[in-house]
Design a protein. Sequence first.
Length: 131
Amino acid sequence: MGNEPALACCMAKANCSSKVITAINMLRITLLVNFTAVYMNKKQLIQVMASDIGISQAQVKIQIDQILLQIHKALTEGEKVYVPQFGTFELRYHLAKNGRNPQTGEVIEIAGFNQPSFKAAPALKKAINEN
């Protein structure tokens, strides 16, 4: 797959419609516009997007679930997911290290692991810091 955006690859695999692409764009806009909220859960995101787009919450839920599923699949396969003007979802590998059992003081090895991470795009950072 190389360096091409992984989201485009995922969308091609799933034969995503223009409605899903529109949902991705609305997700990006909704998150930027409604960033002042301290916390927004999935249900609230669906409600806001449904009212902004003018479609039912059930339709928005299907689109959001599809977007999250494609991000999940890409990360599971070790791919990066790049959403222009929003950011990149990727895996970061943490090396194995030695730790200590606090009760016994015994040295134990902590296995290396992949940690999903998100890196915000410059446009998102700029939008957040303008407010």
